[in-house]
Design a protein around this ligand. Structure first.
Ligand code: 5GP
Ligand code: ZN
Length: 113
């Protein structure tokens, strides 16, 4: 997806502050953090949103959660964290490449509103 912001970040065409990378997953600090620690965890493969997960591409979701557990250990988030995926217009999704917000280091309200 030549036109996709997060594909460009994965390709290094747009700079980002990397917090984790493996063959399938990339994670970087959010440019507009909503918590003292706010990373965006994405599949390297372009998947438009959570609505596009299928048996053909769902293996990467396990890889993303494995990565999140590694990041949480590396960043010492033992006090807890939240993982959020916004999907579609009502879900507040602004970038059309599946991503998981990893938020931590403050007490996060529930329900989120
Ligand atoms: P969404 O609103 O789609 O759930 O999340 C998109 C996230 O990407 C937002 O939290 C936004 O701050 C972040 N974001 C948008 N553009 C950039 C960018 O160029 N660099 C980084 N690091 N984050 C970005
Ligand atoms: Zn993309």
């Amino acid at each position: 997806m030549s036109d996709c912001l997060f594909c460009k970040i994965v390709a290094g065409q747009i700079p980002s502050t990397k917090v984790y990378e493996d063959d399938a997953v990339y994670a970087f600090l959010d440019i507009e953090p909503q918590a003292p620690f706010h990373a965006v965890v994405i599949p390297k493969e372009h998947i438009a949103s959570a609505a596009e997960i299928s048996p053909e591409n769902s293996a990467v979701i396990a890889r993303i959660y494995e990565a999140i557990a590694k990041i949480a250990k590396a960043e010492q988030l033992e006090n807890g964290f939240r993982v959020v995926t916004n999907c579609g217009a009502d879900g507040g999704q602004t970038v059309g490449h599946l991503h998981f917000h990893l938020l931590a280091r403050r007490n996060l309200a529930w329900p989120p509103g």
